[in-house]
Design a protein. Structure first.
Length: 129
């Protein structure tokens, strides 16, 4: 089960809205029934596996790390959609995920529409945007 964990009291109202929308419980700390933790902090929303944690929770942030690196690179993705032959492309990313490909295309001048069907991934992406 996924649980919403509040790491800051200012997040309580947001947590209640998310809990209703996503049909998830709210707790102050994870327990053995918690498989995934959705953290609400002042820095944003992040997701972490409770029993096999990564070095850090998954969070969408386009300002540093791989996203910032990819922003300045000539991408195979741009070539694949024909950006080198046409300008002002409109792209629909129907498997948006964490938005990395869409971010690259947007920084290269494309108008991008993102679609993500998984509610938790959609939440992380919309919070990062």
């Amino acid at each position: 089960m996924t649980t919403i964990i509040i790491n800051h009291t200012n997040s309580a109202v947001i947590a209640e809205k998310l809990a209703r929308r996503l049909k998830l419980p709210i707790k102050m700390a994870a327990d053995s029934s918690t498989q995934f933790i959705l953290y609400l902090t002042n820095e944003g929303i992040s997701l972490q596996h409770n029993t096999q944690p990564l070095p850090s929770p998954v969070q969408v942030d386009f300002t540093f790390g791989k996203a910032a690196y990819r922003r300045g690179q000539s991408e195979m993705l741009a070539k694949a959609i024909g950006l080198n032959k046409r300008k002002n492309l409109q792209v629909v990313d129907t498997t948006a995920g964490l938005g990395r490909d869409a971010f690259v295309l947007a920084t290269l001048g494309c108008k991008v529409t993102l679609i993500e069907r998984h509610p938790l991934i959609h939440l992380l992406l919309s919070n990062g945007i």
